[in-house]
Design a protein around this ligand. Structure first.
Ligand SMILES: Nc1ncnc2c1ncn2[C@@H]1O[C@H](COP(=O)(O)OP(=O)(O)OP(=O)(O)O)[C@@H](O)[C@H]1O
Ligand SMILES: [Mg+2]
Length: 308
């Protein structure tokens, strides 16, 4: 049985169709990332799965339960960090964990939980004194108090500096190691590529495509390319020598590879040319390249902080 099964899910706010008949499944133990620009419908979807919002239509099962009708039972088994998580200023992480344990009526080893989220060193600092990354880790700690099977993280790294984001990634990897399934939304495409087993790309309430990052790149990417700094003569030389598609953009020669042996042929041709060259790279599109092509506009990361 999958951890989450969604079929034909719909939700409108007045005349705005925020979620427009989406379907997907999340397997147990999987990290699944919902990607999409501002207003795509990610938070609405997550909040329906958490049992915080009622859906208009569709079948939704989370850990085998209907999140709206069996919310009370479900909330014992899931962990949630809402978008833009915040907490009382004068509470320490350790106090907060113990407070949540009382709420859930469970016994916890607060130090152990704070170790899991890499926050042990700051367990006695006031929430307001924590850095952005530490605050998110405290949110993660709270989501773990009830030993959830499934954790929902809505933009857990938005607004964090690169180091803090990577620290949160380590925590998410720890969750996966412990067998906890994770649904994650993020505006950082490389984060999804790094962490997620599968992603779904959402836009205007619809899922445009879903699959592993590698599958999506294989399907929608423009293929593997060699990029090398050189002049137009080099581009022309490689074109005639290899018979491959060669472009010349801003002082960079871009060769689109078709078959495995093409790489070697291009490298040999570059050597044979005797011309100046530098900064050679071989790579396929990233998930971000594909996302930009599919959505048609680059995400503005700054715009998302604190948005809902
Ligand atoms: N309670 C609400 N009432 C009316 N409209 C809403 C409400 N919540 C969300 N919306 C609208 O529904 C659409 C989807 O919003 P949602 O918060 O689900 O998007 P999102 O993908 O999470 O965006 P973001 O990346 O900015 O967090 C947006 O156009 C938003 O303005
Ligand atoms: Mg959102």
């Amino acid at each position: 049985m999958p951890a989450i099964e969604v079929s034909g899910l719909k939700k409108a706010y007045g005349s705005l169709q925020a979620v427009d008949s989406i379907s997907f499944t999340i397997d147990k133990g999987e990290v699944f990332s919902l990607l999409g620009p501002n207003g795509a419908g990610k938070t609405t979807t997550i909040e329906i799965l958490e049992g915080l919002r009622e859906r208009d239509a569709g079948d939704v099962k989370v850990l085998g339960m209907d999140p709206w009708k069996q919310g009370g039972e479900l909330h014992k088994k899931i962990g949630v960090i809402p978008q833009g998580f915040t907490f009382l200023p004068y509470i320490t992480p350790k106090e907060a964990v113990n407070y949540y344990a009382n709420l859930f009526d469970v016994k916890v080893d607060a130090d152990q939980i704070l170790r899991t989220v890499l926050l042990e060193d700051s367990k006695s600092s006031y929430f307001m004194k924590l850095s952005g990354g530490q605050k998110q880790k405290m949110g993660l700690a709270l989501s773990l108090v009830n030993r959830p099977d499934f954790v929902f993280l809505d933009e857990p790294t938005t607004g964090l500096d690169p180091q803090a984001r990577r620290a949160v990634w380590d925590v998410i990897r720890n969750l996966k190691k412990e067998g906890i399934s994770v649904m994650l939304t993020t505006h950082y495409l490389e984060e999804a590529e790094e962490l997620a087993d599968r992603v779904a790309i959402m836009n205007k309430g619809k899922i445009i495509t879903a699959g592993s990052p590698a599958q999506i790149i294989a399907e929608y990417g423009s293929g593997e390319k060699i990029r090398v700094r050189g002049d137009e003569d080099l581009a022309e030389f490689l074109r005639t020598q290899t018979g491959l598609q060669v472009a010349f953009v801003d002082g960079v020669v871009v060769v689109t590879l078709k078959a495995k042996g093409d790489t070697l042929a291009v490298l040999q041709a570059i050597g044979k040319s005797g011309m100046e060259w530098s900064d050679l790279t071989i790579r396929n599109d990233s998930l971000e390249d594909v996302f930009v092509r599919l959505i048609g506009s680059k995400l503005d990361e700054g715009q998302t902080a604190g948005a809902s």
